[in-house]
Design a protein around this ligand. Structure first.
Ligand SMILES: C[S@@+](CC[C@H](N)C(=O)[O-])C[C@H]1O[C@@H](n2cnc3c(N)ncnc32)[C@H](O)[C@@H]1O
Length: 204
């Protein structure tokens, strides 16, 4: 996957089209390595934007079920969308049939059917919070995971920090934080692994 970089974002050139991923150069590489090592059966990306990171996640685990969700994403047609915040676009046929695009407000109390399906699937999950309000996403989705599942947040520590996660991760422990620190300030992801059954599954 040819990758170009500017100061802030990675651009992934796919079939001659520049696809934006709002990730630092370190972010995509780290996520792909984590996925190749941990081999989640289900990946949930909260925040599709232009679909660039979705391409990278799919490349790292083509066999995994990958659910990507955004309230501004159309889900049909050859060209899935042109995001109102930019001119790049992406095509549904770049992604395999294991990728599910979901248009929904992920902060809504009513969970989109595609997301409900993702959380009900068996197998280890990786949930990536990269949406409108990361502390709320963490609070909403962390309790839906099982022991061994992983949840990550992007834009640490600018959009979410230690104070903001307090109380949301009782059944989790920090995952790969030493490695994240080693990579340095360019790595904006932080992860936790569930070490016990989480709230929603424990009480239902
Ligand atoms: C930072 S971008 C996602 C970046 C993408 N993961 C990537 O790496 O290229 C955040 C996205 O979240 C979407 N978004 C914001 N609030 C949302 C909400 N409540 N529900 C669904 N999508 C939302 C925005 O439309 C935007 O496309």
């Amino acid at each position: 996957m040819p990758i170009g970089e500017n100061a802030q974002y990675k651009s992934i050139v796919h079939e001659g089209v520049v696809v934006t991923a709002t990730q630092t150069p370190e972010d995509v590489v780290f996520l792909q390595e984590l996925i190749r090592k941990e081999r989640p059966a289900v990946i949930v990306e909260l925040g599709t934007f232009m679909g660039g990171l979705t391409l990278a996640l799919h490349e790292a685990a083509p066999e995994a079920r990958l659910y990507t969700c955004d309230r501004l994403v159309a889900t049909e047609g050859e060209y899935v969308t042109t995001h109102p915040h930019g001119s790049h676009h992406y095509r549904r046929d770049w992604y395999g049939s294991s990728v599910v695009f979901c248009r929904a407000d992920v902060l809504s109390e009513t969970m989109a059917p595609e997301l409900a399906e993702a959380f009900a699937l068996p197998g280890r999950k990786l949930v990536l919070c990269d949406n409108g309000h990361k502390p709320t996403e963490l609070r909403m989705y962390a309790p839906r995971l099982r022991r061994g599942d992983i949840i990550g947040v992007h834009d640490w520590p600018d959009e979410i920090n230690a104070a903001a996660v307090e109380g949301s991760l009782d059944n989790y422990e920090p995952f790969l934080w030493d490695l994240c620190e080693e990579v340095g300030p360019g790595l904006l992801w932080r992860f936790w692994k569930a070490i016990a059954p989480c709230n929603i599954l424990r009480t239902t």
